[in-house]
Design a protein around this ligand. Structure first.
Ligand code: TXA
Ligand code: MG
Length: 314
């Protein structure tokens, strides 16, 4: 199929309303969007990114009241989280509305809901006038795309339209919180930190999520072709012209790496990680050394992505 590239959110929205696939920007990562109530379109999303249909999708809304069309109910604690963090990089798991096709949620009776903060994403969603399912706009298992060019690298000719917006400012996916039981449960650490969540909801379930509540845990994630080596100390590296380095402290013999990124803080590290992985693959790097970070704030999500990338095999 031919892919149309546009910077016009209203033009892109006509595709999605028509049951076609549209890549669009958000503040976390780019999304691969389709009409949430069109089963055929949702099926195509799984096919386009080669994703197992048992790994459910997030439904994106442009207006807070749209949540009522996709969720059967919104519990008081979910309302508190929505008031505090929507629009923004938070996804809530709620009971699924009976009229929303089951394929959206991989057959679960719950649904994931997020309202992105990026104004271009909101313009696109509100012009589409429908809730839009959107997993990250990458081939399943690969690093998420934080630029439209990276999304196009994976999905050109597999989607009908790419809405070309700015690079994602955050660079890591949304935090996922399950609000369907008495105590909320953190299913995926993300751009909203646990500390931020605790300012609104002090108590979280301490049971670690299992793969039934959090199907995403079953699959490989975020992996470039290169092997990822996590290191505590930048001295633990073997630089050569097929290795790369990313971290907060400069490694010794920095000029011997083929590619090297030293970031000012954890936010910059998060913002740069996936694009650095992709740059390393573009230049044929075989090993990427990634410096570990502490778990405070965004550190938890960053370490989660680093550990999963290091575990994943291609
Ligand atoms: O920042 C983000 O969340 C990006 C942008 C595009 O919004 N989207 C994203 O989607 O990261 P995806 O599909 O790559 O990750 C969604 C995660 C998966 O781990 C999936 O298993 C989980 O959310 N998820 C979706 N629906 C769920 C549900 N009903 N119950 C539990 N987990 C769910
Ligand atoms: Mg993803």
């Amino acid at each position: 199929m031919n892919t149309l590239f546009t910077a016009d959110p209203v033009r892109a929205a006509t595709f999605v309303t028509d049951g076609k696939l549209v890549v669009f920007p958000t503040e976390t990562v780019y999304g691969l969007g389709a009409h949430a109530f069109d089963e055929k379109a949702v099926e195509q999303v799984y096919q386009a990114k080669k994703r197992p249909t048992s790994n459910p999708l997030i439904v994106h809304i442009g207006t807070l009241t749209d949540v009522l069309h996709i969720a059967r109910e919104v519990a008081p604690l979910a309302k508190l989280l929505m008031n505090a963090f929507f629009p923004g990089p938070l996804t809530l798991i709620l009971p699924r509305h009976p009229s929303l096709p089951g394929i959206v949620s991989g057959g679960l009776d719950t649904v994931a809901v997020r309202m992105p903060a990026l104004p271009l994403a909101i313009k696109f969603l509100n012009a589409a006038c429908i809730p839009v399912v959107a997993p990250s706009a990458n081939l399943s298992g690969c690093p998420s795309a934080t630029t439209w060019q990276s999304a196009a690298e994976d999905l050109n000719h597999r989607v009908h339209c790419i809405l070309c917006g700015p690079p994602s400012t955050l660079g890591l996916e949304s935090t996922v919180v399950d609000c369907t039981s008495e105590l909320p449960m953190l299913l995926r650490p993300g751009a909203i930190s646990e500390e931020q969540l605790r300012t609104v909801i002090p108590e979280f379930s301490t049971t670690p999520p299992d793969e039934f509540r959090s199907p995403g845990m079953r699959y490989n994630h975020y992996a470039p072709n290169a092997k990822i080596r996590l290191i505590e100390n930048p001295n633990d590296v073997h630089p050569n012209n097929s290795s790369g380095y990313i971290g907060l402290l400069p490694p010794p013999l920095i000029s011997q790496f083929k590619m090297c990124r030293v970031l000012a803080d954890k936010n910059d590290y998060s913002h740069s990680l996936f694009e650095f992985f992709r740059d390393c693959d573009r230049s044929g790097i075989k090993t990427i050394y990634c410096q570990k970070v502490d778990q405070a704030g965004i550190g938890r999500a960053l370490m989660d992505r680093l550990i999963r990338a290091a575990k994943s095999t291609k």
